[in-house]
Design a protein around this ligand. Structure first.
Ligand code: AMP
Ligand code: MG
Length: 407
């Protein structure tokens, strides 16, 4: 049985990035570029004003000099005429600087503004308040490199330099299959003893959060025929994730059916609590994750085992969330001999993180996960963690909101 870390490494070594695809800029958001993208042109594409004011020749601007206003130029316009000596052109931010001008004086620096003339201040310098052609980016300069995650800033740059599509690793299609005779789909009538299939929407949400595309297979019943049909359909996707039916119960048939359809078992259990009955196998290059049925265990094992694999398949270089150490605010007891995932609350205390349990840690309780900011990993060899001890943890979201002490 692999340890927690061994299971994570085995999974990552077993999966590879998917092929590339060319998509529009908005479809590329959160995906990973797999090409070098050069700027299509210079940015700015022409010399333009950084301020609302007057375009002038700096050499004509000794302090107190009066310049006649020869005209005006708005954003989107061009001032096509040549400019007589000792004249200025009213100019708006983003408007092309007239060819004869080499400086802009902002309105607020003009000494006197008459209807048809201005009086210039001291110290007007050549080039002031002008955004020059190519000063931001040169045509051909690399704006996105392989491995870059496409975010709003990348979309902004690509759009501004004339790029409309980008080659990215494609989104992973993840088949999600819940198993169990007791399960009822959300919204349906619940018979006595029935349990809502919350794992399918929960795991689909986690796939979406990771940037993947969930494919809902619904519920397989606890019999070979039903399982075989759904599992076979799921193997047409890039990844198959099942939940429940992998424990030691007499109806826990998932493992047998996966073997029957040719999924090669890689491991069937992890030395971890919660999440011990997590299985991983491969049908050719298609990874198959069999997660525990318990909603807390299935989401936590998705977070720790499935999410990093999906990220690697979508070309991400950083597949694990950043790891931190937190100082325990309360003592924690656990069983020795098994690594344990603790749902925790994190409090920022100056430069330190203080952590405590997010609530009752029984795996049947979903509320504790709802209130958790992060997950701490308690090592297998200890059974007691004292107040003040440092414990590794990671947040459950990349942009976790952190309360300062006392907030
Ligand atoms: P099992 O692994 O089949 O023994 O299931 C463990 C527990 O998780 C049982 O209480 C199941 O009813 C529950 N469970 C299994 N699948 C789901 C699901 N899709 N949604 C919510 N609870 C589930
Ligand atoms: Mg079951």
């Amino acid at each position: 049985m692999p340890s927690f870390q061994q299971a994570q490494s085995i999974i990552l070594e077993s999966v590879n990035p998917l092929p590339a695809t060319t998509v529009s800029l908005l479809d590329a958001v959160s995906m990973v570029a797999c090409e070098t993208v050069p700027a299509g042109w210079d940015l700015p594409t022409f010399d333009n004003s950084a301020m609302d004011g007057y375009a002038v020749r700096a050499a004509e601007c000794e302090s107190g000099r009066e310049l006649a206003v020869a005209g005006s130029v708005m954003a989107g316009d061009r001032y096509g005429q040549s400019l007589p000596p000792f004249t200025a052109v009213k100019i708006m931010t983003g408007a092309a600087v007239p060819d004869d001008c080499d400086a802009v004086i902002p309105f607020e620096e003009i000494l006197l503004e008459a209807p048809e003339s201005i009086t210039v201040p001291a110290g007007v310098k050549k080039g002031q308040h002008i955004r020059f052609t190519g000063e931001d980016v040169r045509s051909g300069e690399t704006v996105v490199s392989p491995g870059t995650v496409i975010r709003a800033a990348e979309v902004s740059m690509l759009a501004a330099t004339g790029i409309t599509t980008v080659n990215v690793f494609r989104r992973v299609r993840v088949a999600i299959l819940s198993t169990g005779d007791e399960l009822v789909e959300v919204g349906a009538d619940i018979p006595a003893g029935g349990i809502i299939n919350s794992n399918s929407p929960a795991l689909a949400a986690a796939v979406l959060e990771a940037g993947g595309e969930p494919v809902m297979l619904g519920i397989a019943r606890d019999n070979r025929e039903s399982l075989r049909e759904k599992v076979t359909a799921g193997l047409g996707c890039d990844v198959l994730v099942t939940s429940a039916g992998v424990s030691a119960g007499e109806r826990d048939l998932v493992r047998q059916v996966l073997a029957e359809v040719g999924v090669k078992p890689v491991f069937w259990k992890v030395d971890l609590k919660p999440g011990g009955p997590t299985a991983f196998g491969l049908k050719g290059a298609t990874p198959v994750f069999s997660l525990p049925g318990n909603p807390v265990s299935s989401l936590l094992t998705f977070e720790e085992f499935v999410r990093p694999a999906l990220l690697k398949m979508m070309g991400h270089k950083r597949v694990f969330r950043p790891a931190f150490k937190g100082i325990l605010d309360e003592e924690i007891h656990k069983k020795a001999g098994k690594a344990s995932l603790l749902r925790i609350k994190v409090l920022r205390d100056g430069d330190f993180f203080r952590i405590r349990s997010a609530g009752n840690q029984q795996t049947g309780l979903q509320k504790t996960l709802l209130h958790a900011d992060a997950v701490a990993l308690l090592s297998a060899d200890s059974s007691f963690f004292a107040v003040g001890e440092k414990v590794p943890f990671h947040f459950l979201a990349d942009s976790a909101m952190l309360a300062e002490e006392g907030c």
